[in-house]
Structures are given as structure tokens and as C-alpha cells.
Design a protein around this ligand. Structure first.
Ligand code: ADP
Ligand code: MG
Length: 678
């Protein structure tokens, strides 16, 4: 019924059908769910709240005779004085001379038009005798294309509702409608298109937001369940007391957020399904410690573990700290591109022969020559740096190994539960206690000299500094030119008192490593760099991060850069050099100086930039909703997610007749359009 073509609606001919098709509206159902893009609201507001040049509606009493004047060829101008509140407003009507007779002194009239605040005048586009008509206050405005008019859609929808309303069935089981006080489907469709007032529109919208999110979550979770079930049979039986003892032997007690995440992971290891989990945590929140304990658990289960990181420097750093941590409890090996010859052969043979328990490395880990004896746990650090394919190759080196992704990019919860709908997410949202916060300042360009003096002072105290150069989005080349220029300037300023180094994306791998190494060993005190300064790089002696043109960076990116300092015992500083023009830019700089919480910042970023931008273009697999908005409606998203979990866990779609229509909708739902996430 509802899948009949729109041409079955009375009054829709071939031409209009074509027009509707071009809007993506083919079936009756498409049309009923083609909701207005926005609404024009004719609402009577106090004069003091009217905005100059806006389209407004006012209600007043005609005082005196309207005055009519003619000009040009048969053009007229009628001016009516209206008493509105305690002032007189002039209503000007063009070419409506006939209105003069209708509008008598003492009549109440409602006029809509463009408001001129200075002249207290309204240029009337529409008027009606009598008080404002509440029925017509909210008018739908549809997204239009080609030659379909708003009015045509309005009429078509009205006819479709009249003709087909009996076929529009409720798909949500009654208990949800009751629990959330949502209107029924038919009622909500009517109110989306022709709302009598804001209240009913709000509830209609609420209903469809929930419906969309629930369908989406059901679909995602079904997909995930199917994938999970395909991985049955790899429970890791680890030795709990040993793991406990190892945990207690660490030089610190885990934070409660670390403990929570660790429990999630250990539960996954024991479960018969393959783990597919994302561990999120701000820089320095202690992800590596959690990873280490998890790796140890896997070892006690007789398995091998692999930790893949994006750069050699990071691999070496992790290798150092894990070797210290495990001491004689595990044999940790390092495999990177620069491990060559005999040494490499030895390591490869140790991996294949299970003499190596833990392998830490870069992309080198996914090469064919690397063969594990029994890979049980794969951990990928800074997962976004690797492609899906690379992650898959590593995973395939084991027989359904458990997989843990780690990221320091704080992904807002709202995004995480949609974008990673088929991944479990653990969040470390708490810093180890006693950590000094990085002091963040925002200065304008004219204080640069002071900034350089400040760097000099920190260097004199034995510390080091990063200086991030301006970002030039359009051109990689200019970016580098900038970096080189700044490098020369700072050389002039600091040398020979301090050594200045340069780092940018065009440097060869080896050159980059060389520069980073020098910086890490304090042979370089000031490192000028583009944003390539590697995520996760740990130089605890660096206490200053200066970011030029900070207003050009996203908040999350600024936060990442800021995370390069504050890693040691000493107080660290982040200085944002920026001269933002607009209010939003100033606000953003202020937020940076006020909050150290990466999640808060990324929520702000999400609000300012939208989800599409957050991950970059379409690759994120974030669906497009008709009504719902992930940022504004995140509470509904969480509710829908929990409900979907319950529905799937209790197999209600399969077992309960009341869920039959919901099930059909889930299966037909187009939100994911056959996409699968991995
Ligand atoms: P991440 O990998 O999330 O950036 P790390 O695991 O490298 O963070 O931890 C950063 C530093 O904090 C390391 O020096 C680590 O030893 C230390 N650390 C980790 N967890 C704790 C804790 N619970 N209490 C105190 N220090 C901790
Ligand atoms: Mg880390």
C-alpha cells in the first residue's frame, strides 16, 4: 500500500511525480516521511522582541482612515496605522487598494511582513482581519528542487494522508510509546507536516528521532551480533591470581577508570567471542598500563601478544617501558623497519617459535615474513593511523585473536556509539592523581617577543620547547616554507645559546627519526615543527608548547598538541598565539585556556564543526538521519541504544508478535544501505 508510487495519490500527474522523484520521493511512504526542512513561524511577539528586517507577524487595531496613494502605472500604496501595544505601527501594503474598504477604524487585523525597526513599519505580504489565527501559525517549508512548489508538496501530503492514513501502521511496540510519551506514527506524521502548535511538533519530532535511532541501533547491533557469533570459540583462560599479582606490582594503583576498562577487556578475553574493543583515553591517562596488564593476561593463557604503533620512535618507547615493566615475566621483542640482518632473523624465529611472548612494532608487524606461533591478543595504538586493511592483516596472523584498539583522540560519546556501533568502547575519563595540569595561555601576535623570552627562561632551567608553525591548509608546500622560515628566525634568536631543530612532513623517515632522537636526548632544545610532531611522542623534559595561529586548528588537535608537554614532573605550559577575528574564534581560544578535558573539547568541536568534519568526509560511516541530529539528540540516541540492546538480548524481534512490524522495518531500513562496519 504505502509502497505504491506517488502517482496513485489523487491529483498527482506525471509531471509532479517526476518532480517528486527528483527529490528522492517515489512511494507514498517516501512522501509521508518527506518532512519539512524547516518551519516558518508566524508568531505574535512583543514589539520589543522583533528583529529588524525579519519576517514577523503582528496584531493591531486600525486607527484612522487608511491612506491610499498611486504612483507609476496602476501602482498603489496603502498605509494603515495600527495601534500595537502602546505604539502606532505603520502597515504598508503595495497594490492592494481594495484593502482600504475592508480595513475600517476599530477593526482588529493580523499582518505578516518585513519589519523595519527604525521606522516602526511593516511591509505587508499577508494580512487577515481578526485576531491571529492559531491554526496557521506554523507553516511547513520543504526542501525543494526542480519545479515542485512548496504548496504542491503541502497539498500532495494532505491528500496522501487523507487517502492512505489507514495503511500507515504503528511500528513501535506500545510500551515504548507509553514509556516515553511518544505520539503514534500517524499522529506524528500529521503533526510533522501540519503542526497546530509547537508542542505537538516537538513531540512528533521526538517520536521520529527515537524511531530513527532505534532502527539504526537495532540494525548496527544485529550486524555486530552476527559478526560476533562468527568468531565463537576463542576463550582465553588466563591465570587470574598471576594477573592480580602483576597489577599489584606496578609502581602505582590503577585509577578507577583504568580498573573499569581493564575489567571490560579481561571479560572479553575470557568470553568465547572475539574481542573488538576501542579503548579511549586522553594522552597520559594510562592506556599503556592497561594494555600491558591485558598482554600479560594473554601470556598467562599461553598466548602471544602484539602491539602495533604508528612510528618507530613510539615502538622504541613502548619497547623500553614494557621491557622494564615485565622484567623476567615475559620476553618482549621489538620489530621495526630498522631491525635488520641477523638480528631480524633471530627475532622472526623467536616469534614463530613462541620464544617471544610480546612483539612490539610498526607496520613491520604485518609483513608476510612475520609468523606467530599463537597470537591471542592484538593491540593497535593510535588506531586511526592505520587503515582497515592493515588492521585486518595483523588480526589474520592469529586464529581469531582478541583485538584492542587504542586512541588518544577523544571521540565524543555521541559519535563513538554511532561511528563505532559494532565496536565496544571503554573510556578512561580520569587522569592519574597528582598530575600537574598544563597551564594554557592565549596571547596575541604582538606579544611574540615575550613568548620567546619565556622559552629562553625555560631552556635556562634545563627544559625544552616545541614551536608549532602556522597551518596553511591549501598548500603543503607553503606549510613547509613557513616552517623553514620560522626555523631560521628562531635559530637567529636562540643560537648559539640553544640548538633549534626542524621537523616537517617532507623529511625522510630517517631524518625525522634523527631529529626526534636528538630532541629526546636534549641535543635540540627548541623543536620547530608542523603538526607532524608525532602523536604519543614522549619527551618529558619538554615543558613548553607554543602554537602559532592557533585559531586555525581544531580544538581536539590543539589538545593533542598540548598533550606533548606536561609529561614529566615539572610544570608545563601551552601558549596559543592567535588573533581570531570573530567571536567564535575568541570563544574557542578561551575554552582551550579553561578546560583540560579532551572529551569536553571534542564535544565543543563537534558542535562547532559537525560530525562529518570530525572524522573527515564520508569515510566515517556516519548515517544520515531524516530528523535526528546526533549532537542535539544524543540523549535519545543513548536511550535507543539501550533499548536496542535489550530487544536484541531478549530476542524480541524473533519471538514477540508485537515486534513484528519493527522487525520488518529494521530489515528494510535504508540508513546503513548495506554498509558493514569494521
Ligand atoms: P597513555 O598511553 O594513555 O598516553 P601511559 O599509559 O603512557 O598513558 O601513562 C602515562 C604515564 O602515567 C606513564 O608514565 C605511566 O607510568 C603513568 N601512569 C599510568 N597509570 C597511572 C596511575 N594509575 N597512577 C599514576 N601514574 C600512572
Ligand atoms: Mg600511549
Amino acid at each position: 500500500m504505502l509502497n505504491e508510487p506517488v502517482s496513485n495519490i489523487k491529483g498527482i500527474g506525471a509531471k509532479l511525480e517526476q518532480g517528486l522523484n527528483s527529490l528522492g520521493v517515489y512511494s507514498i511512504e517516501d512522501l509521508l516521511l518527506y518532512f519539512p526542512a524547516r518551519y516558518d513561524v508566524y508568531e505574535i511577539k512583543p514589539l520589543s522582541e522583533l528583529i529588524h528586517q525579519d519576517k514577523v507577524t503582528i496584531e493591531g487595531e486600525v486607527i484612522g482612515e487608511p491612506s491610499l496613494s498611486f504612483y507609476g502605472k496602476r501602482k498603489s500604496r496603502l498605509t494603515v496605522s495600527l495601534q500595537v501595544e502602546h505604539v502606532v505601527v505603520k502597515a504598508v501594503m503595495f497594490n492592494r487598494s481594495f484593502a482600504k474598504k475592508q480595513l475600517r477604524p476599530g477593526d482588529v487585523v493580523t499582518v505578516t511582513g518585513k519589519w523595519d525597526q527604525h521606522r516602526l513599519q511593516i511591509t505587508v505580504s499577508n494580512y487577515k482581519k481578526g485576531k491571529a489565527d492559531s491554526q496557521a501559525r506554523i507553516q511547513p517549508v520543504y526542501a525543494l528542487k526542480s519545479d515542485v512548489s512548496n504548496l504542491q508538496i503541502k497539498k500532495a501530503v494532505a491528500t496522501a494522508i487523507a487517502q492512505y492514513q489507514d495503511s500507515l501502521q504503528e511500528i513501535l511496540p506500545a510500551q515504548y510509546l507509553t514509556a516515553y510519551k511518544l505520539p503514534g506514527r500517524l499522529e506524528a506524521v500529521k503533526h510533522m507536516h501540519m503542526p497546530d502548535n509547537h508542542q505537538v511538533l516537538k513531540h512528533a519530532r521526538r517520536r521520529f528521532v527515537y524511531e530513527e535511532f532505534l532502527l539504526f541501533q537495532l540494525k548496527m547491533q544485529l550486524l555486530r551480533k552476527r559478526k560476533r557469533e562468527a568468531t565463537l570459540g576463542n576463550s582465553q583462560v588466563f591465570q587470574e591470581e598471576k594477573v592480580e599479582r602483576f597489577k599489584n606490582s606496578l609502581p602505582f594503583a590503577l585509577t578507577s577508570a583504568q580498573t573499569r576498562s581493564l575489567t571490560d577487556i579481561l571479560t572479553d578475553l575470557q568470553s568465547p567471542y572475539r574481542m573488538n574493543r576501542l579503548l579511549q583515553g586522553d594522552v597520559g591517562s594510562g592506556k599503556t598500563a592497561v594494555a600491558a596488564i591485558s598482554l600479560y593476561a594473554s601470556i598467562t593463557a599461553g598466548k602471544q601478544g602484539a602491539l602495533m604503533v604508528p612510528t618507530e620512535i613510539l615502538a622504541e618507547q613502548h619497547y623500553q617501558s614494557l621491557t622494564d615493566l615485565f622484567a623476567d615475566k615475559a620476553n618482549v621483542v621489538l620489530l621495526t623497519g630498522s631491525v635488520k640482518g641477523k638480528k631480524r632473523k633471530e627475532i622472526l624465529s623467536d616469534i614463530a617459535g613462541h620464544q617471544a611472548n610480546i612483539v612490539i612494532g610498526t607496520h613491520a608487524l604485518i609483513q608476510e615474513e612475520v609468523i606467530f606461533h599463537d597470537l591471542g591478543l592484538v593491540i593497535v595504538d593510535e588506531q586511526h593511523r592505520f587503515g582497515v586493511e592493515q588492521r585486518r592483516v595483523l588480526r589474520d596472523k592469529g586464529l581469531q585473536p582478541d583485538v584492542l584498539f587504542m586512541t588518544a583522540t577523544p571521540i565524543p560519546r555521541t559519535l563513538a556509539i554511532t561511528a563505532f556501533g559494532d565496536m565496544d568502547v571503554s573510556v578512561i575519563d580520569e587522569m592519574p592523581s597528582g598530575r600537574k595540569q598544563v597551564e594554557t595561555y592565549w596571547v596575541k601576535d604582538n606579544l611574540l617577543e615575550r613568548v620567546l623570552q619565556f622559552i629562553q627562561k625555560e631552556i635556562s632551567n634545563g627544559h625544552q620547547a616545541y614551536v608549532i608553525c602556522p597551518l596553511i591548509e591549501e598548500s603543503d608546500k607553503l606549510d613547509i616554507q613557513n616552517a623553514v622560515d620560522l626555523y631560521h628566525q628562531l635559530q637567529e634568536y636562540f643560537e648559539p645559546r640553544a640548538a633549534v631543530g626542524l621537523m616537517h612532513g617532507r623529511l625522510h623517515m630517517d631524518e625525522k627519526e634523527e631529529v626526534m632522537k636528538k630532541f629526546a636526548e636534549n641535543h635540540i632544545q627548541v623543536l620547530v615543527s608542523t603538526t607532524v610532531v608525532e602523536v604519543g611522542v614522549n619527551v618529558p623534559n619538554a615543558t613548553v608548547m607554543v602554537i602559532y595561529d592557533a585559531e586555525r586548528f581544531g580544538l581536539s588537535q590543539l589538545h593533542q598538541l598540548r598533550g606533548r608537554v606536561g609529561r614529566g614532573q615539572d610544570q608545563s605550559y601551552c601558549i596559543l598565539v592567535a588573533d581570531p577575528k570573530g567571536e567564535v574564534g575568541k570563544e574557542r581560544m578561551k575554552i582551550m585556556t579553561e578546560t583540560a578535558n579532551g572529551f569536553e573539547l571534542s564535544e565543543e568541536d563537534l558542535k562547532l564543526r559537525g560530525p562529518g568534519d570530525f572524522f573527515g568526509k564520508k569515510q566515517s560511516g556516519i548515517p544520515e538521519f531524516r530528523v535526528a541530529d546526533m549532537v542535539h539528540d544524543y540523549r535519545a540516541l543513548e536511550t535507543a541504544r539501550n533499548d536496542a540492546q535489550e530487544i536484541i538480548a531478549s530476542q524480541l524481534l524473533e519471538k514477540d508478535k508485537e515486534y513484528e512490524l519493527l522487525k520488518i522495518s529494521v530489515l528494510n531500513d535504508s540508513i546503513l544501505k548495506g554498509e558493514t562496519l569494521d
